[in-house]
Design a protein around this ligand. Structure first.
Ligand SMILES: Nc1ncnc2c1ncn2[C@@H]1O[C@H](COP(=O)(O)OP(=O)(O)O)[C@@H](O)[C@H]1O
Ligand SMILES: [Mg+2]
Length: 152
């Protein structure tokens, strides 16, 4: 049988195998465990190995903890969206909180390690791709991608 699909059409086919899971989460630390469990369920289904699943769980915990401790002041929910397709898991954690100066988000100087301030650094080292956007007054989005079966 001829393969009549061009590369772009094949790409679109791939995207058809994608799913989106959206969660709205109370800004309470006790919910971080629930997000971890959800994350490991989704990642496990996608064929990530145990080590990769552990890494993704650590990254999502740091992102959720940031949304709770830095992002939101009042009683409000933050959001966790999971996008999955055959090759990747993309997790977006975003809040409508006060946001922060992007100067605050930087790679720490390993010679001057203080307590804390490592969350973003950890997320960047455990995930394949990380994008952060933060606007004063509009909240913060952290979008992190992990590819299936790729050693990046
Ligand atoms: N969701 C968020 N809302 C507002 N500020 C944030 C958010 N996430 C991170 N930040 C800012 O980025 C800084 C670095 O975050 P992180 O590396 O996790 O260190 P820590 O949480 O220990 O301070 C935080 O101190 C905070 O100023
Ligand atoms: Mg943190």
């Amino acid at each position: 049988m001829y393969n009549t699909l061009n590369t772009k059409e094949q790409m679109n086919m791939k995207e058809k195998n994608s799913d989106i899971i959206k969660l709205s989460v109370p800004n309470k630390p006790e919910y971080v465990g629930i997000i971890r469990l959800t994350t490991s369920g989704i990642a496990n289904r996608m064929g990530f190995d145990i080590e990769e699943i552990e890494d993704i769980k650590v990254a999502i915990s740091e992102a959720c903890t940031n949304a709770i401790t830095h992002g939101i002041c009042q009683e409000e929910n933050f959001n966790v969206d999971f996008y999955t397709d055959e090759e990747k898991l993309v997790i977006s954690v975003y809040d409508n909180g006060k946001g922060c100066l992007s100067d605050n988000i930087k790679i720490p100087n390993m010679e001057e390690l203080k307590e804390g301030g490592l969350g973003i650094f950890i997320i960047k080292s455990l995930m394949d791709d990380v994008e952060i956007s933060s606007n004063s007054g509009k909240g913060t989005l952290i979008k992190m991608t992990k590819y299936v079966g790729d050693d990046f």
